[in-house]
Design a protein around this ligand. Sequence first.
Ligand code: KG4
Ligand code: ZN
Length: 362
Amino acid sequence: MPGKKLTPEVGNRKSKVILGIETSCDETAAAVVRNGVEVLSTVIKSSAGIHALYGGVVPEIASRCHVEAVAPVVQEAVNRAGVAWPDIDAVAVTQGPGLASSLVVGLSAAKGLAVALGKPLIGVNHLEGHLFSVFLGRPRDVFDNAFPLLGLVVSGGHTCWVAMPEPHVYKLLGQTLDDAAGEAFDKAAKLLGLGYPGGPVMEKAAKQAAPGWEKIVFPQGRIQPGNRLLGGLDPALCASYSGLKTALMYKVGGASCSPNNDETNALAAAYQEAIVGVLAERCEVALSRGGWKGLAVGGGVSLNGRLRVALQETCHKAGVELFLAEPKYCGDNAAMIAGLAGFGGGVEAGLDMDVAPGMKIK
Ligand code: KG4
Ligand code: ZN
């Protein structure tokens, strides 16, 4: 990857104002963040409504929507922040992971702005942004004192457990080997005829389930040691959701699933419980290995009320603090990108920086 790690002077952005841009999937987002945690503005324009017609994100459409939205969204973020263009000290942008055709729109806009303003351009890993989102809106010293921290990213494209021994140091501990948690919700909602995106509608249906849904059992997604997809990761910290989806497919087989019928609600509740159970159990294992001050959970699925309660219990038992993002920072947003850059995260890069659709946590 081109670029260099931030120098301490550049990384020390204590009183700096950073403009963030995020276009990794179907949200065009811009935000202005001061001091790493003070969100002066955050603007998100989603094209999810259009993708709903197709039952999932259509990359070509998402990209075109970003092209139309990016300039007005950035302008609105700057206006709402009450800052003038020259007040912006750096432009941070999501470099990856995500859809190449979406990422490139945000990166091009960020490059243009960095050149026009004569300010540094900072490329940020979207997953690291999600993990940072829990600190937005809190005092700076919450971040300073939170490490060593265990991280869980639960989004539409990723589900992974990450060790963060100190700020800006990440090590992948485990992940789902197939579908991400959000994807598992999205696919189930499609099967049950509940619409897209699946997480919120599945949660709503689950809330309406009548007692007795607990009798429906779904697999727990355990990974056998020696699974060739593990790639050296610990099977106890990895999971699979594809069996869950197949199990749902079989259960739906004979059922008539229209929104809000009792059977749909019961299946949604049991399926949600299985997804949450898998996440909480792997967190429990990771936390039992000790040394953590807390668990930070970011990504769209962390909006799920049942998951929030389950992880609260897990952390309480483990005696560590649970860091959850405010709901407005759980899904894709640009405040997490600008905020992380405000603490010296990301990589300052030249105009040769390219998008990194497959960017990972190492
Ligand atoms: O982090 P995010 O906004 O985008 C990605 O980076 O993927 O996450 C989107 C995912 C979708 O799969 C969506 O169904 C899920 O988050 N999601 C939820 C809830 N709200 C959104 N999943 C479960 N419960 C929810 N309430
Ligand atoms: Zn995301």
